[in-house]
Write a protein that binds this ligand. Structure first.
Ligand SMILES: [Zn+2]
Length: 419
């Protein structure tokens, strides 16, 4: 224990308290407005649908609160409670070399962490999501997913961890710069490989068959000057009723992916509008900007790690007596989210700004009305709340809440340039 221990405790306590408080505000806001559909949505959303959204939001917020409390307690158990110290002690006695024992420590810690996260995830999937009719996954599929995710982590993560530890030990003072380069190359390669190698392990991707829709999409892509590796439909419905559309990969390896659930619920006009929104993100360079930001942020993180990895107060303050580079890396990864939580509202604000820009782009390429209709359907199908709390939204939301986003688009609709 040292003064860093007190700073750490203060951050963990403050962050968890803020998360619990914000979730409570969101929960209250949904339940308080449960009795009436907001004026702007009365034509499209029934009271029953609105109430389901309120109840679903309330249940999700309760889960968020439980998650925040358990997360903080587990972190304290790992650090000051001596959990990591115990595990590090076992690996120190293994007689393996520094890189091998360090890799063993990190891999085993990650596996234990995911096991500890499982009960709440199972509860979320099979109790909460199921209660509102969203879960489509079976126990067998859930287990298969878990095992596959574990295998992917072991196959891809283990060499990366070993390489990073080797750099810390053998690359000298500037190891963190090489470490950052390794990390950047690794994450770029993952983004490249993900659509064609990893995603198909979990879902089936089939080329979009609907000829008429396909042609409309190709026309839209041409109009926007966008090249892609194909338009695919993903069998999202085998796990969940929630619908979505996204782009994946980059360069010529870019794919457009629609969840089958989305195609089923939206009209062709609306699908085109959703896609135009996604294209807006590319046109405005949002993907590039976010990648650049992540690259700079990870450089800062590695530089900070370069300073902390030899700092005794960092290990001692967080309850680790068996000092090792692997232990420092683990502590850093565990603790960093509580210190960076302060930045979350800034990144959320930035993301929401991008959403408005993409909506504006879509409104220019297609009829804004179609996007509004699509969004209302999606809010309805995902049981998203139409009455969010202002502060919760400002902190968490990467997308503007329903009423804000739709009134922004409605303003476009009545602008003089619209028909
Ligand atoms: Zn978007």
């Amino acid at each position: 224990m040292n003064s860093f221990t007190l700073i750490f405790l203060a951050f963990v306590l403050a962050t968890s308290a803020v998360l619990v408080w914000l979730a409570q505000r969101q929960r209250n806001s949904a339940l308080r407005n449960r009795r009436e559909v907001p004026e702007a949505f009365r034509d499209q959303i029934s009271l029953a649908v609105h109430q389901k959204a309120a109840d679903y939001t309330a249940a999700k917020m309760r889960l968020e609160q439980i998650d925040a409390v358990i997360g903080a307690l587990l972190l304290l158990a790992w650090t000051l409670g001596g959990g990591l110290n115990l595990l590090a002690g076992l690996w120190a006695e293994s007689g393996w070399g520094q890189v091998a024992a360090g890799t063993g420590l990190m891999v085993s810690a990650f596996l234990i962490m995911s096991l500890l996260d499982m009960p709440l995830d199972i509860y979320r999937t099979f109790v909460v999501e199921a209660r509102f009719g969203f879960n489509r996954s079976s126990v067998g599929l859930y287990l298969a997913d878990t095992l596959k995710q574990g295998a992917v982590f072991l196959i891809l993560g283990t060499p990366l961890i070993a390489l990073l530890l080797w750099l810390v030990i053998h690359a000298g003072h500037w190891w963190w710069l090489y470490g950052w380069l390794t990390w950047t190359v690794f994450t770029s390669a993952m983004m490249w490989l993900y659509p064609t190698w990893i995603a198909p392990l979990f879902n089936r991707f089939t080329p979009l068959e609907d000829e008429a829709l396909r042609e409309r999409i190709v026309r839209l892509l041409r109009r926007c000057g966008f090249a892609s590796d194909g338009i695919f439909v993903m069998d999202g419905s085998k796990r969940s009723q929630h619908g979505n559309a996204y782009f994946t990969g980059f360069g010529a390896n870019k794919r457009i992916v629609f969840f089958d659930t989305l195609l089923k619920s939206l009209e062709a006009d609306e699908i085109e509008a959703v896609l135009a929104h996604e294209l807006g993100h590319f046109k405005h360079g949002h993907v590039r900007k976010r990648l650049l930001f992540m690259t700079v942020a990870s450089l800062a993180a590695f530089a900070l790690l370069g300073l902390l990895i030899n700092a005794d107060w960092f290990y001692a303050g967080l309850g680790l007596q068996h000092t090792s580079y692997a232990g420092a890396l683990l502590l850093f990864l565990m603790v960093a989210p509580y210190f960076s939580a302060l930045l979350r509202p800034l990144s959320s604000y930035w993301m929401r700004k991008h959403e408005f820009e993409a909506d504006d782009y879509a409104a220019g390429q297609t009829d804004a009305r179609n996007l509004v209709d699509a969004l209302v359907k999606l809010y309805k199908e995902n049981a998203a709340t139409l009455t969010p709390d202002r502060l919760y939204s400002a902190y968490h939301d990467s997308h503007p809440p329903a009423p804000v986003r739709i009134s922004h688009l409605a303003a476009k609709r009545i602008s003089p340039s619209a028909p």
